[in-house]
Design a protein around this ligand. Structure first.
Ligand code: SAM
Length: 403
């Protein structure tokens, strides 16, 4: 089978299962070890096609082709965006049964197929749903740069588990250039090279973790010898970070699959984290003397660059549905917290409903007292990180104290 056929199988599986493309790719290649040599090529084709799928459909329609399929999109992506020989694209098209005006696709002016209306044009150009474009234009700073950032390869951040300067030097010896972040103590940004292929990774001296996620643990403050209750814990990046800082962490999560993944990471890193499967909306009634981390499911609009498949299924009603869950988790945390307890609330999204409005609700309805945090861009009752401003995921952090 060709690279294109593998890419189409993976894209169809992602579309059907609504699982993360990265997970589907991981599972696909771990079942087929003989294909390791083409994994990078397939991954890049999958991501490129996802990041441009609406534009590719529009271009195909302009050439008179109807009925979008992943096969058509993959072939169009190669014809329009890739410098691969036409003979290969034609062969892929014929194997995928999507033969058509491939030569015309290669020579077409892609800008010319864009609609003239601003929202429609930006939606097709960046292949994100219209409602996200509309939301960005109305509510986010530098909205076009934000939309552009969703289709860039996101920067890679590392969370050092050893002295960051020593780690940077060790990685450099393997051709990996990093830059130590001035704001957070354990964050390194990768400038060049693949750190995951170095012995330092295998020795557990760092793991990959976006700077904004690291900030969530940073704002928990001094956690040494404290109990941290992470009510939505899996797959565990924040829990393991807090444990590395000296906390004893109890991590709860409702997803068995994700908890299994966290269990693997906790044991790999030897972290002091106890895990349990639980619905954190129904925490035990006893009051807790712990720092609480509430990092619930969200619309994940800040993660579209990492997980381009999110754009396929995220809808406005998810904001309402998830806001309800987020508030239930915040309420349960607030009701179980002892007076003086700190609660950190975070999301990896950019909607005000899931962020500032929830923080305001927590202050007004739950009586939580808002505490300033000194990271990112100050926003109402918290801080924001933006991909186009901070080179991180889109993220929100609010901190409270229970009085
Ligand atoms: C954004 S992820 C958490 C990421 C995690 N804090 C980390 O650093 O890796 C949200 C998690 O909330 C979990 N979740 C959703 N509803 C829940 C509930 N009612 N109780 C416990 N966990 C829940 C999901 O299964 C998911 O793993």
């Amino acid at each position: 089978m060709s690279v294109e056929e593998h890419a189409v199988r993976i894209l169809s599986a992602v579309d059907r299962s609504m699982l993360e493309a990265r997970h589907v790719i991981e599972a696909y290649f771990s079942r087929r070890p003989k294909l390791t040599a083409i994994r990078r090529a397939v991954t890049s084709l999958v991501f490129g096609t996802l990041r441009n799928y609406m534009l590719l459909d529009r271009a195909a329609r302009a050439l008179g082709v109807v009925g979008p399929t992943w096969g058509r999109r993959v072939v169009m992506f190669e014809a329009v965006f890739r410098d691969v020989p036409m003979s290969r694209v034609e062969e892929a098209a014929s194997r995928l049964n999507v033969a058509g005006p491939i030569h015309e696709a290669r020579s077409m002016d892609i800008e010319a197929v864009l609609p003239s209306n601003t929202v429609d044009r930006l939606s097709v150009k960046y292949s994100v749903p219209k409602w996200i474009v509309d939301y960005a234009l109305r509510r986010l700073p530098e909205p076009v740069k934000f939309l552009e950032s969703l289709n860039r390869r996101p920067p890679m951040w590392l969370r050092a588990r050893v002295d960051p300067e020593k780690l940077a030097r060790e990685l450099e010896a393997y051709g990996v250039e990093t830059c130590i972040d001035g704001e957070l103590p354990h964050a390194l940004r990768v400038i060049r090279g693949n750190p995951v292929r170095t012995p330092a990774f295998k020795e557990g001296k760092f793991y990959v973790m976006d700077k904004a996620s690291q900030a969530a643990v940073y704002v928990l403050g001094d956690v040494e010898r404290s109990l941290v209750l992470d009510v939505a814990s899996a797959p565990g990046g924040k829990a393991i970070y807090a444990a590395d800082l000296g906390a004893h962490v109890v991590g709860l999560d409702m997803s068995y699959r994700r908890l299994k993944e966290e269990e693997g990471l906790v044991s790999l890193y030897g972290a002091d984290v106890d895990l349990a499967a639980a619905d954190s909306r129904a925490l035990p009634t006893r009051k807790l003397n712990a720092k609480l981390l509430v990092d619930p499911d969200c619309t994940s609009l800040g993660r579209i660059a990492h997980s381009p498949e999110i754009r396929l299924w995220v809808r406005p009603f998810h904001i309402r549905r998830l806001t309800k869950l987020q508030r239930e988790l915040l309420r349960a945390a607030a009701e179980r917290a002892r007076s003086g307890t700190e609660i950190v609330y975070t999301t990896c999204t950019v909607t005000f409903e899931e962020n500032e409005e929830n923080a305001r609700w927590a202050s007004e309805e739950l009586g939580l007292e808002h505490v300033e945090v000194d990271v990112g861009l100050r926003s109402h009752m918290g801080s924001r990180f933006y991909p186009h401003i901070h080179d991180t995921e889109g993220f929100y952090i609010a901190k409270f104290v229970k009085r």
